[in-house]
Write a protein that binds this ligand. Structure first.
Ligand SMILES: NC(=O)c1ccc[n+]([C@@H]2O[C@H](COP(=O)([O-])OP(=O)(O)OC[C@H]3O[C@@H](n4cnc5c(N)ncnc54)[C@H](O)[C@@H]3O)[C@@H](O)[C@H]2O)c1
Ligand SMILES: [Zn+2]
Length: 1605
């Protein structure tokens, strides 16, 4: 027999097709079979849902069908769970199933599952056989209240979500709320976001019930129903009733809207509230963050947009925020669930706006947002057009104020209500008799919770007026009843509410039942003991249900007895207020005696008493009859409160200081209502006691305060001011003091201070507020150039004229609302003052920025902070221009490396020693001799502090070796390392000792260097966040120089510092620019033998992988089995590698289970190695996703500008490239990596096609990360050929391959060519005469070595004509070199020029840039100058960073490139010699930024003699024989510079020109031959054309060989 089942029906589009209830399966089956007769029923579910619920459906169907005569078929089909199934492929899969099973037009499809199933199956139904009937059986809350209702069906494509679909209405929608019992809690919350949304746009009552009943609603899904309870109305629990009413309520609204506007032309827009911004967020965070979670944040941001537009009040935003939070949903992008994700980096304002541009709701380019006007109502009955600027302002994390005169002056406004007064007024009005309209109520957690509780206790009724601005309280006169059976009063973490309500609950009318009040975990630890003790002593029965002294409490309903009550009041005045507020309703008159010593916060007790008086109850405080002094004893009459009809809640006095201060500083007028001389708040005295003495006109009545500022710039300093009674206002006073320069009023001036001083005292408690506020003010004021002095209980501020304050200060707010608001006062007069954390004002004045605009009349702009372009996640305030600090042992090369670093970064180098000597007017050595070490160390710390403060950006600061000896300096360094690089220069100790032996400038250690070294080593390590390994003694000694050329160290320094500062991260460009990229795997136990061949081995590749797990130090080579290389050995290997190559390094520790050699469980060791790799600036770190996530999460914030390759390997051969496993691995890796690496094993060729499809799908999604996906084994080789990102390659010279199936770079290129992925291109040299050019040899050799199928040919022609035009237009054109005489003539043929070619005015390289449609545009560049620059730079003598002068001979096209190169090199002056001086003058005009001096005689120098000489004239035209008349005589004086230098002769023939011959004879001079420059510039050309480094060594050899034959 069919069970009894109750359903509630909701109508949509005129039909009662939505049926809701619990445990509906029999009902569903019966209804479907009866109402939708068919030959075939097909149920589709995902595997999660199928596992839980499919069998029940199956049993029921088969059972019922057995009873039918027609015997229809019941089929079921299960698909993979997750959004990826909602695709074209997913749809085809189901269709194939239907076709295979010969389903016909009469088929009924049942979609059992969440929104994914509903959308997908619905779309299948819409198109199968031109549409078949279908039924929605949603199993997630989201699907029940949203996706199943309305008939929208869709699938996703790589271009975006839901882009293809149809409107197709289901025959029935069965809402079985019992399915929610198996739904994960997070999915439930996800659906609640839509429920809250619907209520927020449509129905305030529904919203209010969601607001107050979150705990019960959660409880309803958490307690499983047994025995099908809830199936009938009579078996439904309260919780079930509530849950169903919430769902039905939400569905009804949506059904109504859909019925009115099925095709979304207007009204239906409204359901998109929160979705405009929410979808943009979702596009970035999907799938890690769920739809509802993104919409939740979106709703708050969109509500803030409404608030900003002045349409929605803060109460509305606040209610929405609290309500969403109650359902465990995120409400801001800084929620840790979001902010900690790597993808959160992409949530930039620009990015989000960009995504919003393609929203379906937009009209043209304009964005539309659903604007709330209050809870339950929208501004328009459709989405509203909103300007980008408004959205941008809401989204940005920082703001600035545009200085100016507040346009609303004279301003009349109220500030948000005082929190303490709001809490008291609410309770008083609820307990009072009659209606009371509360105005200016601060809506907070406390008031929200208190309202919910009072409703539960039936103690009062609440409603909102004026769009939420007024709360109407219908007081219950003190009559309270027991809450509904089983209902506990949940107070969250609202402390005041808990204290007040504990006594209120004793007032509940006599009943058998007790009232239970409880809270969250934090609440359950907060004390309430003294209050309970007092109430118990008075006869109330109160039990602790968990810990003694804390909530939850069970309170008997017996009334408050009254009479004499003793209360310990030294912990919290709230206990006192709690009893006072309830006392009038006690059974006998209360005499309250406070005991236990000093009563805390008397002003708050006075406040309660004063407010009780307003509500008609006079409390009498007893006096000592003898002395007349007040006693801590109060008598409260027994009576009812009488509600005033209106109660204006006093404004928060601390908040009021900001608008008043703005009037003061801008010379305008401001009146704050609801706060005056009668106020009980201390900060109400700010106007009279601070602003008036500063020169403002202040008028204060009992209830209002008006301030009129003096003319701008004329505020007076305060002299001495004691702010003890108004400590919170000291920040406001401080910012005014910063611009107060007029001397104080008579009598206030400090006796010993300057006239512009303001000394604030009595505020010591402000050190322990949200932050150390005294320190905070000093630090932030310093950014404006304001000097301050810290005092024991305050600070002193020295004012400056406004125009002298620094503009553009960026204020850090320490998450402290008062810091933010105080500095916005200064921002009204100082341009570009940025308040970095705008949201921190939410604590007390969430709409401060809106009020600044709308009520005060100052424009506020959003500012997006620059977190450094590739933003190293985690480091708090990383700034890519943060100065670099260098530490290390004396003699480790700090100054040398520091100078090289500074020159590479174009930053300023600062050595602490000279700074010290200048400051103290005495040498370091003498200072120590005179004052001793401790004094020196102290002075040194002081200098460190100053250097860091004065040069926060773009400096390289080298510190003394002993700086780490004092804890003060160490702390400074550690602190600094959180925001900028502190680099420890490490050099072998033997080298240091050898070097120090020769050094005398600084004080000797007085102890063995080795001891000093050992003591300091750990300190250096803890103070620094990077390590630069300087293994060679390049400063001194030939031996060292032989080991490493100055050029190699210069390059290494440039690479290292460019990378760690983010100025020029050393990453492989091909990984992100759409080209193919490769890395070579080094699989040696010791890589040093391979170093000789590194160039050859790495030809063509983009990076080198060091397989750390395969390394074995010499001491380890004897052992067998598992081995972990010591960190020092690994570092040494990398340092050695760095001497030979600056290619980025991929640092890989492959574990055994992932196919490597590293023990699987040596987790600590592995991460120690990974951390040390980041310290030494390794560019890519391979992190296996199988490591514990805690370890990985600790590593991520340390990565700086390096990148993580998150990898996963499956050696089993079981990995399928379709399905859930690979999807999960991909998601896990994408969540932590910058690059994802997944490696499987191919068993057959087809496995590679699946891989390829997987990669294509991933790559076409928005914001996808580079993906390295390959199959191992020979069967997998094709995947290695096709893989685009960092394909691992081997080389014939390597001893063994890193993995089976690995190919070489050249092999892959040939293969790509064969399969049509790498077409042959033709390259040319344009010019004449060029028959003897070396360029074809150069490039063709390079192509051959790399396996590239290209061809370079001579193209000799007399003019730039049709032939050249045809060649460069041809589709197979690969690029061209341009030589004499066409370097200028080709320019008109080109589409674009590089800035360098433009500046030089000549092109020697043409590059075809391919466009998406396969055509190309022609780009001109000039590599001559790079050839010159590189040749010169690599040969400069050690220690010569930027040579002072250089000589250029000749004034033709090449000399232009030479001058450009010299300027890039930082040469201060260029002597230019040319036979015809007029031509030389032309160059002077063309290069205005270069200091060129035309010389008429070689050897006569106006200042330094040149250290670089570049000749651009034919060799035959020069001579070193003075007697030769027809040639240019080169006198020996041109080599007068004794430090030596570099000579370049651009002439090719002969190889050794007269100039070079002469130079070779001079000591210290290096020579560069014309062919050397040709090679260098050719290498650059090669890279520009192919994206690959040219194999230099082999190519040079080939060219020189060709040249000499
Ligand atoms: N058509 C519309 O108007 C509309 C509206 C909103 C959202 N959507 C779409 O809905 C989809 C999201 O729906 P969703 O949030 O329901 O996701 P979903 O269908 O992926 O379900 C979420 C997860 O919960 C599991 N699950 C479902 N029911 C369960 C149950 N009773 N017990 C245990 N596990 C269960 C699922 O297997 C899945 O893992 C998106 O594709 C979205 O675009 C459509
Ligand atoms: Zn939605």
């Amino acid at each position: 027999m069919a069970p009894d089942i109750d359903v509630q029906k909701v109508s949509i589009l005129g039909k009662d097709s939505i049926h809701c209830g619990f445990h509906l399966i029999p009902y569903i089956v019966r209804t479907v079979l009866e109402a939708l007769p068919s030959s075939t029923y097909v149920l589709v579910a995902d595997s999660n849902v199928a596992n839980l619920h499919l069998s029940s459906f199956e049993t029921e169907f088969l059972d019922k069908i057995r009873q039918l005569s027609t015997k229809p078929r019941f089929l079921s089909y299960v698909i993979l769970p997750g959004e990826t199934s909602k695709s074209r492929e997913g749809k085809a899969e189901i269709e194939d199933f239907l076709l295979l099973n010969k389903c016909t037009r009469d088929t009924v499809i049942l979609a059992l599952g969440g929104g994914v199933i509903g959308d997908l199956v619905g779309f299948v139904a819409a198109t199968f056989m031109r549409g078949v009937r279908f039924v929605q059986i949603p199993t997630t809350l989201l699907a029940m209240v949203d996706s199943s209702v309305g008939g929208k069906t869709a699938i996703d494509t790589p271009h975006g979500k839901n882009l293809i679909g149809a409107f197709w209405q289901p025959e029935y929608i069965f809402i079985d709320a019992a399915f929610l019992e198996t739904l994960p809690a997070r999915e439930f919350s996800n659906g609640m976001a839509e429920v809250v949304k619907t209520a927020a746009i449509w129905n305030e009552d529904d919203f209010a019930s969601l607001e107050s009943q979150s705990a019960e609603i959660f409880a309803a899904i958490q307690t499983p129903s047994t025995n099908y309870s809830g199936r009938t109305v009579s078996t439904r629990s309260n919780a079930q009733h509530l849950l169903l009413s919430v769902i039905v309520g939400s569905i009804s609204v949506k059904a109504h809207i859909v019925t009115v506007d099925e095709r979304e032309t207007g009204l239906r827009n409204l359901v998109n509230f929160g979705h405009t911004i929410g979808h943009a967020i979702e596009a970035v965070l999907t799938p890690t963050i769920l739809h509802g979670e993104c919409v939740s944040v979106g709703m708050i941001l969109e509500a803030e947009v409404s608030r900003q537009m002045g349409v929605l009040g803060q109460v509305g935003v606040g209610r929405l925020t609290r309500c969403l939070k109650a359902y465990n949903l995120p409400v801001s992008l800084s929620d840790p669930r979001i902010a900690n994700l790597p993808a959160a980096k992409s949530l930039t304002v620009d990015n989000l706006l960009d995504i919003m541009r393609v929203d379906k709701k937009n009209s043209g380019p304009q964005k539309k947002i659903v604007i709330l006007s209050r809870i339950g109502k929208t501004y328009e009955e459709k989405a509203t057009i909103v300007a980008d600027a408004i959205i941008a302002k809401t989204l940005s994390e920082a703001v600035k104020i545009i200085p100016g005169r507040p346009s609303k002056s004279p301003i009349h406004m109220a500030t948000p209500g005082s929190k303490s007064i709001s809490n008291r007024a609410l309770l008083l009005a609820a307990l009072g008799k009659g209606m009371c309209r509360l105005r200016n109520l601060l809506h907070s957690d406390d008031t929200q919770v208190m309202m919910n509780a009072l409703v539960d206790l039936k103690g009062a009724k609440f409603s909102w007026e004026d769009g939420g601005e007024t709360l109407v309280v219908e007081g219950g006169g003190g009559l309270l009843s027991i809450p509904a059976k089983g209902k506990e009063i949940y107070l969250g973490n609202a402390g005041t509410a808990a204290r007040f309500l504990a006594t209120v609950c004793t007032l509940v009318q006599a009943s058998e039942q007790r009232t239970v009040i409880t809270g969250n975990a934090r609440m359950k630890q907060r004390p309430i003991g003294p209050l309970v003790t007092a109430l118990r002593a008075n006869g109330s029965s109160i039990d602790y249900l968990e810990s003694q002294g804390c909530l939850p409490l069970s309170i008997a309903s017996a009334g408050l007895k009254g009479g004499h009550i003793q209360l310990a009041a030294s912990v919290s005045s709230q206990y006192v207020s709690s009893i006072l507020l309830c006392a009038p309703y006690a059974q006998t008159e209360v005499r309250l005696e406070l005991i236990g010593g000093q009563v805390i916060s008397q002003p708050y007790i006075d406040m309660t008493i004063a407010m009780m008086k307003t509500f008609g109850v006079n409390v009498v405080r007893e006096k000592d009859p003898a002395t007349g002094a007040f006693l801590d004893v109060y008598t409260i009459p027994q009576m009812s409160y009488v509600n005033p009809s209106i109660y204006n809640i006093e404004s928060d006095a601390s908040s009021a200081t900001y608008p008043l201060a703005i009037a003061a500083i801008t010379g305008t007028e401001c009146t704050i209502a609801n706060i005056g001389s009668a106020s009980l708040q201390g900060d109400a005295r700010f106007a009279k006691e601070v602003l008036e003495p500063m020169g403002c006109e202040v008028i204060q009545t009992e209830t209002e305060t008006t301030v009129k500022g003096p003319p701008v710039g004329t505020l007076r300093a305060l002299g001495l001011v004691d702010m003890e009674p108004m400590t919170d206002a000291f920040l406001t006073a401080s910012v005014l003091a910063a611009v107060a320069v007029t001397s104080p009023k008579p009598g206030r001036k400090l006796i010993e201070g300057p006239p512009n001083a303001t000394r604030i005292i009595g505020i010591a408690n402000q050190r322990v507020k949200e932050c150390n506020r005294i320190q905070a003010m000093m630090d932030q004021l310093a950014k404006f150039g304001i000097e301050t002095r810290e005092l024991e209980d305050g600070l002193e501020i020295y004012g400056k004229p406004i125009i002298e304050l620094n503009e553009g200060a960026s204020i850090h707010c320490y998450d402290d609302h008062r810091v933010a608001m105080a500095f916005s006062v200064l921002g009204t007069v100082i341009r570009d003052t940025i308040i970095e954390e705008k949201r921190c004002v939410e604590k007390t004045w969430p709409n401060w920025w809106d009020d600044l605009e709308n009520k005060i009349g100052l424009q506020v702009e959003g500012v997006e902070l620059d977190h450094g372009s590739s933003s190293p996640s985690g480091q708090e305030t990383t700034n890519s221009s943060a100065s670099v600090v260098i530490v290390g042992m004396r003699g480790s090369g700090k100054s040398y490396i520091g100078q090289l670093a500074a020159s590479a970064l174009s930053w300023t180098f600062l050595d602490a020693d000279p700074v010290f000597e200048i400051k103290h007017q005495i040498g370091v050595r003498e200072f120590v001799q005179k004052n001793g070490w401790p004094a020196f160390r102290a002075a040194e710390s002081e200098i460190l502090k100053e250097l860091l403060a004065e040069h926060p950006t773009k400096h390289v600061i080298s510190l003394g070796g002993g700086i780490v000896e004092t804890p003060t300096s160490r702390d400074l360094l550690k602190e600094y390392s959180k925001k900028g690089p502190v680099v420890h220069i490490v050099r072998e100790i033997d080298e240091v000792i050898r070097y120090l032996g020769e050094e005398t400038a600084r004080p000797a250690y007085g102890e063995p260097v080795i001891d000093v070294f050992q003591r300091r080593a750990p300190w250096f390590a803890e103070c620094s966040n990077y390590e630069f390994i300087n293994y060679t003694g390049v400063l001194h000694g030939e031996q060292a120089e032989a080991k490493r050329s100055p050029n190699s160290i210069r390059k290494d320094v440039a690479r290292f510092f460019g990378h760690i500062t983010g100025q020029n991260p050393n990453l492989a460009p091909n990984v992100t620019n759409g080209q193919r990229s490769y890395f070579l795997s080094l699989t040696y136990p010791d890589i040093t033998p391979a170093l000789l061949h590194v160039e050859e081995l790495t030809a063509g590749v983009d990076a080198i992988e060091l397989r750390v797990d395969l390394l074995r130090s010499p001491s380890g080579s004897e052992t067998f089995g598992r081995y972990i290389p010591p960190s020092a050995y690994v570092t040494e290997q990398i340092a050695a590698l760095r001497q030979k190559t600056s290619l980025p390094i991929v640092y890989t520790i492959r574990t055994i289970s992932q196919g490597g050699n590293f023990p699987d469980h040596a987790e600590a060791e592995a991460f120690e190695l990974l951390h040390s790799a980041l310290r030494i600036g390794v560019e890519y770190i391979d992190v296996e996703i199988t490591w514990p996530s805690k370890r990985i999460q600790e590593l991520l914030p340390r990565k700086g500008y390096s990148q993580i390759i998150a990898s996963w390997h499956d050696w089993s051969g079981n990995l399928k490239w379709v399905g859930q496993t690979v999807e999960e691995k991909y998601q896990a890796a994408a969540a932590i990596g910058d690059i994802v690496k997944i490696v499987g094993r191919a068993n057959c060729l087809e496995d590679n096609f699946a891989l390829h499809a997987f990669v294509q799908a991933k790559m076409s999604t928005f914001n996808s990360k580079p993906l390295l996906a390959i199959n191992m084994g020979t069967e997998g080789q094709i995947s290695r050929i096709l893989n685009k990102t960092l394909s691992p390659v081997t080389h014939p010279l390597l001893p063994n391959k890193a993995a089976p199936g690995q190919l070489s770079f050249a092999q892959i290129q040939s293969a790509l060519h064969l399969i049509g992925q790498l077409p042959t291109r033709r390259f040319f040299l344009f010019g004449t005469p060029i028959a003897h050019s070396m360029s074809p040899t150069l490039h063709n050799t390079g192509f051959r070595i790399l396996g590239l199928p290209h061809q370079y040919e001579l193209f000799e022609t007399d003019s730039v004509g049709e032939e050249i035009k045809a060649a460069i237009a041809s589709p197979d054109f690969g690029g061209a070199s341009v030589t004499i005489p066409f370097k200028l003539d080709v320019i008109p043929l080109l589409d674009s020029l590089s800035p360098e070619a433009e500046a030089i005015g000549a092109v020697n390289t043409i590059i075809p840039l391919r466009t998406d449609d396969g055509s190309h545009i022609l780009h001109g560049d000039n590599t001559d100058w790079i050839g010159i620059l590189d040749s010169v730079q690599s040969r400069l003598p050690a220690g010569m960073h930027s040579p002072e002068t250089a000589l250029v001979i000749g004034a033709g096209g090449t000399s232009r490139a030479a001058i450009f190169a010299l300027n890039k090199l930082g040469v201060e002056k260029v002597y230019l010699f040319n036979r015809t001086a007029a031509n030389a003058q032309e160059l002077v005009v063309d290069f205005p930024e270069v200091n060129i001096e035309v010389v008429t005689r070689l050897g006569a120098w106006s200042s330094h003699s040149p250290s670089i000489i570049i000749s651009t004239v034919p060799a035959s035209a020069t001579t070193y024989d003075p007697s030769k008349e027809d040639a240019l005589y080169l006198p020996p004086e041109i080599f007068a510079n004794s430090s030596g230098g570099v000579v370049v002769d651009m002439a090719y023939k002969p190889a050794d020109t007269p100039l070079l011959q002469q130079a070779s004879k001079m000591s210290n001079w290096s020579v560069v031959r014309g062919v050397d420059v040709l090679l260098e510039q050719g290498f650059v050309q090669f890279r520009l054309w192919t994206g690959r480094h040219c194999p230099r060594k082999a190519v040079s050899e080939a060219v020189w060989k060709a040249y000499s034959t």
